[in-house]
Write a protein that binds this ligand. Structure first.
Ligand SMILES: NC(=O)c1ccc[n+]([C@@H]2O[C@H](COP(=O)([O-])OP(=O)(O)OC[C@H]3O[C@@H](n4cnc5c(N)ncnc54)[C@H](O)[C@@H]3O)[C@@H](O)[C@H]2O)c1
Length: 386
């Protein structure tokens, strides 16, 4: 069977660029009949990064250190872009205006004004599919939780907690990089890095914060600069946002807590979501990636039921149903969801990638959180685009 091809370019060939390229390389893993992504272009200002791609991808026909050359190429249909946050605004806008589809990385602009400018470019180019990356909801346990929420098994929501506990910064001898520097990473610090991951499912469920109270922490002031000295580390390490949100299902208010921590002892890259309701509760964490926990509240003793789940993914794959699912699988499934939208705008995929509107909501919440922390007050989240 001949299948359509989508020619991808990757801008930013670092940590995430390689993950996406590797997903493309093993597309045969997926058992669907949609278009097949082909890596035809790569771009990074650091030319040493090209080597791995050129060694493994004979399909690459354009390699460049200037992204403008890549997006001008007729050999590119869609771009995955994974570059530092201060570059999102300019590069994303240029990609969209070059009429390429875009899967961009979070936070989709270093701050709210940057995000709004990206929005304007999207509005002027409605034929382009523009989405933001967020892979954790594609873990089978998370998909099961999404189905559970959609079935309204919770009754009235009491609390939803969504978090990301990172720990790479627990190593105090690790030299500083752009992710710890405000000028490249942004004022949001850990929220800009990790926030979208925690918000994708809640926002999609219509759980958008009305108000936010924020506790932000700077734990490590200085880090090695990699040149024998030290450099100031000004970004927020950890953030806990306590929000009030309304569940559109029954118009009832509940607590919505977002935790984004770069310094979480005992964790590596733990993403979790917990939903607590009057009738039922459920939770999933990548710390225990095979486990889906749920309980029914009967008013008396309540015990969690742990179901051991396998690799049942949104897009079926060759992996046996009882085998384990991992980060690279989640990234591939996310790319599959994006490709599904390229194939068919109104895709029947059960959980699509983050929309530009959701990235805007994320910026609204994070901007309100900065103000809430600075003033020590609960702040109303302003979603007005003016
Ligand atoms: N979805 C996820 O799980 C996840 C994980 C980590 C990072 N990210 C996001 O991905 C993006 C990149 O993060 P990363 O960890 O891959 O960073 P990285 O530092 O590993 O890679 C970034 C790459 O961009 C290149 N670059 C810088 N300026 C460029 C330019 N003008 N043109 C072309 N290339 C340029 C750098 O040389 C580097 O190779 C960020 O937005 C980050 O928030 C997402």
């Amino acid at each position: 069977m001949r299948r359509d091809k989508i020619r991808f370019g990757i801008i930013g060939l670092g940590l995430m660029g390689r993950e996406i390229a590797s997903s493309i390389a093993r597309w045969c893993h997926l058992l669907d009949d949609g278009p097949v992504p082909i890596l035809t272009g790569i771009c990074d200002v650091d030319e040493k990064k090209w080597e791995w791609y050129l060694e493994h991808f004979p399909t690459v026909v354009i390699q460049t250190n200037d992204y403008r050359e890549l997006i001008a190429s007729p050999d590119i249909d869609a771009v995955y872009c994974a570059i530092p946050h201060h570059l999102h605004e300019k590069v994303y806008i240029d990609i969209i205006q070059a009429k390429k589809h875009l899967l961009g990385e979070k936070p989709f602009g270093i701050d709210k004004p940057a995000n709004l400018k990206i929005w304007k470019a999207i509005e002027s180019n409605p034929d382009q599919i523009v989405r933001c990356s967020s892979e954790f909801p594609y873990f089978p346990g998370a998909l099961k939780l999404i189905r559970w929420i959609n079935e309204k098994r919770y009754g009235v929501l009491i609390e939803v907690r969504a978090g990301f506990h990172h720990s790479s910064d627990m190593d105090l001898s690790k030299p500083i990089n752009w992710k710890r520097q405000i000028e490249f990473n942004g004022e949001y610090g850990c929220m800009g890095d990790l926030g979208m991951h925690t918000q994708h499912i809640p926002f999609r469920m219509g759980w958008r914060p009305k108000t936010v109270f924020a506790d932000l922490q700077k734990i490590v002031d200085r880090r090695p600069d990699g040149k024998g000295g030290t450099a100031a580390c000004k970004t927020w390490d950890n953030a806990v946002l306590t929000c009030r949100a309304v569940d559109p299902f029954n118009s009832r208010e509940f607590s919505l807590v977002f935790e984004t921590k770069r310094m979480a002892p005992g964790a590596t890259n733990t993403w979790f979501i917990e939903v607590y309701g009057t009738e039922g509760s459920a939770k999933f964490s990548t710390h225990d990636p095979k486990a889906f926990y749920s309980l029914k509240s009967t008013g008396k003793e309540q015990g969690w039921t742990r179901v051991d789940i396998g690799s049942q993914s949104a897009i079926p794959s060759i992996t046996g149903g009882i085998f384990e699912f991992g980060f690279s699988d989640a990234v591939q499934q996310m790319l599959g969801a994006f490709v599904a939208e390229l194939k068919q705008k109104k895709s029947d995929h059960p959980f699509l990638t983050v929309t530009p509107a959701e990235t805007y909501s994320s910026h609204c919440v994070m901007s309100a959180a900065l103000l809430a922390h600075a003033t020590g007050k609960r702040v109303e989240v302003c979603y007005n685009k003016k």
